[in-house]
Each structure stands twice: as C-alpha cells, then as structure tokens.
Design a protein around this ligand. Structure first.
Ligand code: ACM
Length: 535
C-alpha cells in the first residue's frame, strides 16, 4: 500500500511539473521526486546583468501578487549565502538563437539562461508555470527538480483584439497583454479603427474622437438582431494611454502593431469627414449594426485630400508606435462605391488601372510608399493581393490559406490567421448559452491547425512568418466575455506557434490544461468552465 501511495505521489509530482503550456522543446524530470526547490521568505532572485531586471521584477511581482511572498532582487551572487536563489543569467555566447533559454531546477538553485533579455523573460514564464497553482502553504512553494531547454517554432506569434465593435479600457488591455506574455506570444495586433468606432486620439484631426468614436446605438442580439438599444456608445485611447500600453507591452517583450483600416471599414471616419467618401453629400453615421454591406458601408475616395488625411493619421501613429510594422487593413472594401463614382472611374483611366481592384492596389501601394518612407513596413489583410501586391507588404491570410500561399509564392512574409481555425469570436461549443457569432471553432480545430500549408515548398515555407488568433468583438461586450472566448483557445494557439510540430498531442494538451485551469483560478481568469467536464 505504501509503495502504491509513494508511486502516486511521485506520479502527481511528475504530472504537475510537466504541465507546461506551450509544451517545451525538451524537458527532463529530476532524478528524485523528493528533490525540490523551495521558495520561501528567504529566497532571492539573482540577475547577472541589468538587462535581466524587467524579467526579475516581473517574477518577483508575480510571486508577491499571487502568493504574497516578496523575493528581493540581488546583483551579486556571493551575497546569496545559503539562501535559495533563482539565477537569471543573460549570456550572449549561450546559444545562437536569441529566443532560446534553459531552466534547470536543482534543490538549492533555479538556473535560467538565455542569450537575450526576451529569452530570459520566456524562462520566467516557464518558471511561473512550475509554481504550484494551488499551494497548501504559501510560505513554502515547492518546485520539483526539472531541466528544460526551449525555443519558439515561429518568429511571429500574435493575438489580435478588435476594440472598435466594443471598447476595452487600458486596464483590460494590459491584462490582455499579460495573457499573451503568459503564453509566450510576442505581437499584439490592436484593431483600433472600424465602421463602429474610431479608438485612437489623433491630435491633428480632433473630430475623429469627438464624432467618430461614438455611435448612437447598437444592434441587439445576433445579426440581423431584434432591434437597436439606442444607447450612445463609444470611447477612445488618448495618446498618453497608448504610450502607457506600448511601454507595458515592451516590458513583456511584446510589440504592439496598430491597425488603421483603409480604404474600407471607414464609416466612423466618414461620419466626421464626409468629404473623404465617395458620396460627400450623403451623411454617414458611425455604424450600429454588424456586418459589411455593399450598399451600406461606404469607403474612402482615393483623392489627394484622403491621402493627405491618412498620411497625417499615420504620421502620428508611427510617431507613437515603435513597431516596425503598421497594419493598414485593406479588407472587405466594397467596390460598388468606386464603380459608381465618376472620380474613381476617371482615376482608373488616368492611371491606366485595370479595374476597381487595380484602384485598391494603387491605394495600398501609395500608402505603402509613405509608410516605407518612414522606415516601416505595412501589414494588410489578404485582399491587398487583389490587383497586385505592394512590393514590401506582409500579408495576413484570413479568407482561408489561399492568400497566404499566393503571397509566400511571391516571396512575401505571411501571417496565417484563417478564419476557420483562428477566429476565436466564433463559438467554441455547438450550443453556447451566451451570444456568439454563428460559426463553430472548437478547441481541437485550433489545436490541430498547421500554419505551414502543405502545398508550399520548403523554400516557400520560410515565408510563413507565423500565425495569429483574432478576437472580433461584435458579440464580446466586456472583459469577462473576452476571457471566456479566449481561454483555453489561446492555450491551443500558443502551442501551435511555439512548440515543435512533433510535440503537439491533443490528448496530452487536454491533460495539461487541467493544471492550467488551476493557474487561471489563481489569476481569476474567466475561462470556459465547460472544458472541466466536456471532452
Ligand atoms: C476580416 O475578418 N475582415 C479580416
């Protein structure tokens, strides 16, 4: 009996210590389960260089916030004495891959090393997952001995959030960034503008926040809905708030990529500046109902006035965001408006363009030139392929994988985000009590997504930069709902983008999720509780 009990205890240690998401490249359990590293009030965090300080601070704050133990940070190893220490070492010669790290848990030390500050941050995220999610005794946190060597599969690991359909304040945006960091993602795609509201202060064009940020009502229920609530709704981020978010993300090694939509998805702009549209005499309202309708969603007219307006906006955006990448949308621009516009038709002729797709391509080329002139690169949805891709553009493939394949074949970088695998606003259960978009995206489909399309050659596959999950917020009106839609599909995404393909195993992932859910309980995250019972 005692042997069985001992075996069970050993097994449970093994299980907890290995329940890391995303699953690491290599992991070896320590020889003896009784060997444990204990974090108590005497433990310290040592850093080899000030570059490791943000990660050390992050770890110390995490342990304090969740376990009420404050670990001091020291810079001289000799000062540890007999104290338990977590050593964060940055050493450029360690590996050639800057994102690679190791974590080695011994009974008296945790050693973590990487050539870079972001690699050490990833090590810290792993150490956090080694902490007991439900400690019996928070004065002594036991971590079983283990050795881990790890690095990401893809360089671009992204998650998107639409703040136009519903607005989320910066306290939630920071939480969201923490969630990405916890999953070792490194890009936050901030969808700041759309038909339903403009969300960023632009000092040169104040009507964008006075008028474009507000709608006079919102459709009730699933489109076509059961009416309109008639309640004024909106909000925006000041430039100071944007700076705060960028700094917060940078401290977590996350790049914030802003999206400014063009030439479609611009009804909010046209409500304030009708002269930039194709029918200036007909007033436009900030949209109140979901969806894109050819006859309803007017688009920007490609006039000099429009280009100059967009250049003003992008100038402020590029000054604010250090990101080398600026997303300029490009999706779902209805061509009916340009078809019936004498100005647009004249421009097509003048420029020798083939048709309205050619005009869209002209629009994007022109904006790319401007963005490139500031030393930055554009990202666009896969419609930017229509009529010819701008020379340096990165393509986000959302209408399936076709766009991504075409762009990779043209030797353009690609981010895979096909809606049938990566749209987390789609319902995760066949029947969901809460209101969600009427498309089905179960956890398993996300988990089994393979970002490299089979039809690409090895050389072409190198253009697949990575992938991204998207969270469109038509039916996500508050943070609790965003968390419900995000977790645990974010866990699946992180494994798709970080872990080696041959390490992915859905059954094992579901087993590890049980421990992850305990961590979410600790962090008070509103994950979908049905996964606790449903298979
Ligand atoms: C998109 O879902 N319109 C990119």
């Amino acid at each position: 009996m005692r042997i069985i009990l001992g075996l069970l205890i050993l097994l449970s240690f093994k299980l907890n210590a290995q329940d890391i998401i995303p699953v690491p490249v290599e992991m070896r359990q320590g020889a003896l389960p009784k060997d444990k590293f204990i974090i108590d009030k005497n433990a310290v965090i040592f850093i080899s260089t000030s570059q490791a300080l943000p990660s050390a601070q992050f770890l110390s704050d995490y342990i304090f916030k969740n376990y009420n133990l404050r670990l001091p940070i020291i810079t001289e190893l000799t000062k540890t004495g007999s104290r338990q220490s977590i050593n964060l070492v940055i050493e450029s010669a360690l590996y050639t891959n800057p994102d690679k790290y190791f974590v080695s848990v011994l009974s008296n030390t945790i050693k973590a090393g990487s050539p870079s500050a972001q690699g050490i941050f990833y090590a810290v995220q792993t150490i956090i997952q080694l902490l007991p999610p439900q400690p019996e005794n928070t004065e002594k946190l036991a971590i079983p001995t283990i050795e881990i060597i790890d690095y990401p599969r893809f360089a671009y690991r992204g998650m998107h959030l639409d703040v136009s359909r519903h607005f989320f304040d910066i306290s939630f945006i920071k939480k969201y960034i923490d969630y990405l960091a916890f999953h070792k993602l490194n890009y936050f795609h901030w969808h700041l503008t759309d038909d339903h509201g403009w969300r960023i202060e632009i000092k040169k064009h104040p009507k964008l926040t006075e008028i474009s940020s507000w709608r006079n009502g919102t459709i009730i229920g699933l489109y076509p809905g059961t009416g309109n609530d008639g309640i004024r709704y909106g909000g925006y981020y000041t430039q100071n708030e944007v700076k705060e978010v960028i700094k917060y993300a940078a401290e977590r090694y996350i790049t914030v990529v802003p999206e400014i939509e063009m030439p479609g998805h611009n009804m909010a702009v046209l409500a304030a500046y009708p002269e930039l549209g194709t029918t200036p005499a007909i007033p436009t309202q900030v949209a109140q109902t979901w969806g894109i309708f050819n006859k309803f969603n007017n688009v920007l007219q490609p006039t000099e006035k429009t280009f100059s307006f967009l250049e003003d906006v992008l100038t402020e955006v590029m000054e604010l965001f250090p990101s080398p990448y600026i997303h300029i949308g490009g999706d779902e621009c209805s061509k009916v408006w340009w078809k019936q516009s004498p100005f647009a038709q004249k421009l097509i002729k003048e420029k020798g363009l083939k048709d309205e797709n050619g005009l869209q391509s002209y629009f994007i080329h022109r904006m790319e030139k401007f963005v490139n002139s500031k030393g930055k690169t554009i990202i666009g949805w896969d419609e930017i392929l229509d009529g010819g891709l701008a020379p340096n553009a990165i393509v986000m493939s959302w209408r399936g994988e076709k766009g991504g394949v075409a762009a990779a074949k043209q030797h353009h970088k690609v981010i895979m985000t096909p809606e049938n695998s990566m749209y987390f606003n789609h319902t995760q259960f066949m029947k969901d009590d809460s209101l969600t978009a009427a498309k089905f995206l179960p956890l398993k489909t996300v988990y089994n997504y393979e970002p490299i399309p089979a039809e690409l050659t090895t050389k072409e596959a190198e253009y697949i930069w990575g992938g991204q999950g998207n969270l469109w917020s038509e039916y996500i009106a508050n943070p609790a709902k965003a968390e419900y839609m995000l977790f645990p599909r974010l866990d699946a995404l992180s494994e798709v983008l970080w872990s080696p393909k041959n390490k992915r195993n859905y059954v094992d992932f579901r087993r590890r999720l049980k421990t992850q859910f305990k961590r979410y309980d600790l962090l008070k995250i509103n994950y979908s509780k049905r996964y606790l019972t449903d298979q």
